[in-house]
Write a new protein. Structure first.
Length: 315
């Protein structure tokens, strides 16, 4: 989504924390009520292992949420990453109860105990410039398609659940090597490093705060990140300085689209793109055209747009 000319109106807060929450179910309603009262939108995930999510609202509303989270027993200090948006990047507010705050599907993984070594953004370039370091992007293929670190291995997964299987096939290649892992905000690579260490790979590192913190702190001229970073909201992507990026979202398959995708003869707004055209039928595309007409009518009349948020934050 291209940044608008006006000053950003909304504060966007990405957060997570692995923590032992005794009764996470009881936290849901108070959190939802506060967010609805303050006009906050987005998604928060609650599980026995902690909290994860991204939300947006006024600066004052986000401050109120942070103050509320600080009062939750056992939660501690979440990892907060702030950015801004010129338009509200979410359509509704959801607080969901989950088995995991980021779904790997492997029992017994505890990042609080087994996670790899944090690397500050300012030190990341030195680590990944070492020829003995294996760099692994723990995100999914629709995210890596629009940007990643130079030299990183792309597992080409569709969901984070596939990452353990991908790793199992490469354990022998990783033994005795330094392994540097990264993701959007830090949560997936924190769990991925814990998994890797439990498989006997000890020299494991991960980028603290993820790509978002790197893009915020590392000067553009020193950056080794190429492209844009996919985010789980209507901005679709951000670039250096966490400025809103140029990517848009295909409403048929929810794949992020770059400029070259949108000039393809397979692209039709709200209907198809080069990534999904051959996987959909003519009947599918006709349904999408009907939906797109509803979207355009809603925009014209100033009504809520009848489409969901880009993707769940625990994908």
């Amino acid at each position: 989504m291209t940044a608008a000319s006006q000053s950003p109106r909304y504060t966007v807060l990405a957060l997570y924390r692995f923590a032992h929450l005794e009764n996470h179910e009881a936290l849901r309603e108070p959190l939802l009520e506060l967010c609805q009262r303050e006009g906050i939108r987005g998604t928060l995930l609650l599980a026995h292992e902690g909290i994860n999510g991204t939300v947006a609202g006024s600066a004052e509303a986000i401050e109120a949420l942070v103050a509320h989270l600080a009062m939750i027993p056992g939660l501690g200090q979440p990892d907060y990453k702030y950015s801004h948006a010129s338009e509200m990047p979410f359509r509704r507010m959801k607080v969901r109860l989950k088995k995991e705050i980021v779904t790997m599907g492997v029992e017994g993984i505890d990042p609080r105990v087994h996670a790899g070594t944090y690397v500050e953004p300012r030190d990341w370039n030195a680590l990944i410039s070492d020829p003995d370091t294996v760099i692994i992007d723990t995100r999914n293929r629709y995210e890596t398609a629009i940007g990643t670190f130079k030299g990183a291995i792309d597992p080409e997964t569709d969901t984070f659940r596939s990452f353990p299987e991908w790793t199992q096939e490469r354990l022998d290649e990783l033994r005795g090597r330094k392994v540097a892992m990264f993701c959007t905000g830090g949560i997936r690579c924190e769990k991925a490093t814990a998994y890797l260490r439990q498989q006997g790979i000890e020299d494991v590192f991960h980028l603290k705060g993820g790509i978002l913190k790197y893009l915020e702190e590392v000067p553009r001229e020193e950056s080794r990140f190429e492209g844009e970073c996919f985010v789980f909201d209507e901005r679709v992507s951000v670039g250096h300085g966490l400025e809103e990026g140029e990517a848009e979202l295909c409403r048929a398959c929810r794949h992020p689209l770059l400029a070259e995708d949108r000039v393809s003869n397979l692209f039709e707004e709200g209907v198809s793109c080069p990534h999904c055209y051959h996987d959909r039928t003519d009947a599918d595309r006709e349904r999408y055209r009907q939906r797109q007409r509803q979207v355009e009518q809603a925009l014209k009349e100033g009504r809520p747009i009848p489409i969901g948020d880009p993707l769940d934050a625990d994908a």
